[in-house]
Design a protein around this ligand. Structure first.
Ligand code: BG6
Length: 476
């Protein structure tokens, strides 16, 4: 009789686990109009998503200088190396490569900048993880074409991808197609370059734009596999578990419906076709979109892994009187059992384990946690003559979330790595503030634009270095 041995769970992070940090071009680079770069939608969003876009760039937009990564990338990457990063997730600014999005030729100066960044990463043995599009659609594609509502963007994006894959394909193995692709439902301009407020956008127009992005993502995946054998392409989803506010079946069904809105993106990326519940949603709401035979074929090119951001969970209720609270882009009904950050984002480390089990069981693809962190106000103090930040609150937040990653691994999920968000302070995406800090490295720049841009190591810097060096054994 054959005997099956079930190995005891070790609770350990696997060998080769990719520890690191994440940023996005528009939130760090600055040099918004240098090096041949064109304008992106971020250049007309001086207050993030809190106000309407401006006509053109305005000087109060902190992203114009960012944290000056464009000039200080070598110093910053050396600090990442000092923490022991195995991987660094960053995005390529589309408008640095194609200033208008529809240009005939790419901008060599832009490509050369990312060559230099990759040189530096190689020097320190840090694996790059590249987001192809992170909330920075070229402004011209938004203003002249209507953003992703326009099918032409699929071709422009594919050409952009081709240039990236041909140029960087031997140096970059891991690629993400669109940052938080499901966020377009809530933020059509920032996420989809669609210059129409959500209230004025019909659902058919919105889902047509989503369809174009999904087809573009699938085509990029196919192209990546053709040009770069061995490359791994992931989708990137804004993950936010949805709990029913009460045990009432009405609340449970409501929570399921809300969860479906985001699941759809993963289902299509992983299974290569529209799920039944989404087709029903279209029927019930009179949504019609154009899907060609070629589109259907393109969508069958599925991703190699699933990456996601995780900051918080939300509740859902069938009671229309329940009000939504603040949160990462979509927000939701607050959970009465949870505390929140200074920006009102509720803190739920166990939600990360829930998401990881859920995604792993649903799609069976390796997972990569590519964003997680605490946006907080930091106070610079001097210890032994050195400026620093005693950010125990950040250490606690990250420790508690990483413990849940370990739990999910123990539950059986295959996890490629973890990149904490804003490993160095960045300009916030939602509010465009610098005072909403996530980093292990403090950047001396304030919301009014003042500051030296000098970098200082926070207490969490040494903590994360120890976590990485011990492959998670120092987590408590
Ligand atoms: C994610 C984005 O939504 O959350 C990042 O991918 C963003 O770009 C991060 O910075 C944190 O959000 P915020 O609004 O605090 O910057």
């Amino acid at each position: 009789m054959s005997q099956t041995t079930i190995a005891p769970a070790t609770g350990a992070f696997p060998d080769g686990f990719l520890w690191g940090g994440a940023t996005a071009a528009n939130q760090i680079e600055g040099a918004y109009a240098s090096g041949g770069k064109g304008l992106s939608i971020q250049d007309v969003m001086p207050r993030g998503i809190t106000t309407e876009p401006t006509e053109g760039p305005t000087p109060e937009n902190l992203k114009q200088v960012g944290i000056d990564f464009y000039n200080r990338y070598a110093e910053d990457i050396a600090l990442f190396a000092e923490m022991g990063f195995k991987v660094y997730r960053f995005s390529i600014a589309w408008s640095r490569i194609f200033p208008n999005g529809d240009d005939a030729e790419p901008n060599e100066e832009g490509l050369a900048f990312y060559d230099r960044v990759l040189d530096e990463l190689e020097k320190h043995g840090i694996e790059p993880l590249v987001t192809i599009s992170h909330y920075e659609t070229p402004l011209n594609l938004a203003r002249a074409y209507g953003g992703w509502r326009n099918r032409k963007l699929i071709d422009f994006y594919e050409r952009y991808c081709q240039v990236l894959f041909e140029r960087f394909g031997t140096r970059v193995k891991y690629w993400l197609t669109f940052n938080e692709i499901n966020s377009v439902i809530h933020e059509p301009f920032m996420s989809g370059g669609i210059p129409v407020p959500r209230e004025e956008l019909t659902d058919s127009d919105l889902y047509q734009a989503i369809h174009h992005e999904l087809v573009a993502s699938a085509r990029a995946t196919k192209l990546a596999h053709e040009i770069m054998p061995g490359a791994q392409v992931g989708c990137m989803i804004l993950a936010m578990p949805v709990y029913p506010l009460t045990p009432s079946p009405d609340d449970v069904v409501r929570a399921m419906d809300t969860a479906h809105a985001s699941y759809a993106f993963g289902d299509i990326h992983c299974r290569g076709a529209y799920p039944g519940y989404l087709r029903r949603f279209f029927r019930d709401n009179g949504i019609t979109i154009e899907i060609t035979e070629q589109d259907r074929e393109d969508l069958t090119h599925t991703v190699d892994f699933v990456s996601f951001s995780y900051y918080m969970s939300i509740c859902e209720s069938a009671d229309p009187g329940q009000e939504k609270g603040p949160g990462n882009i979509m927000g939701g009904i607050p959970n009465p059992t949870l505390e929140a950050s200074e920006w009102g984002w509720q803190i739920d480390p166990q939600g990360l384990r829930v998401v990881m089990n859920d995604y792993w069981e649903r799609w069976g693809k390796p997972l990569f946690v590519v964003e997680n962190g605490l946006g907080a106000k930091d106070q610079l103090v001097e210890i032994d003559g050195e400026p620093t930040v005693l950010d125990d609150y950040r250490i606690d937040y990250l420790n508690d979330h990483l413990v849940q990653v370990r739990e999910a691994i123990e539950d059986g999920a295959e996890v490629m790595g973890y990149t904490s968000w804003g490993c160095i302070d960045v300009v916030s995406a939602s509010t465009a503030q610098l005072s909403k800090r996530y980093g292990f490295i403090y950047v001396d720049r304030n919301d009014d634009g003042s500051g030296t841009l000098d970098r200082y190591k926070k207490k969490s810097f040494g903590w994360y270095r120890d976590v990485i060096a011990s492959n998670g054994a120092t987590l408590s």
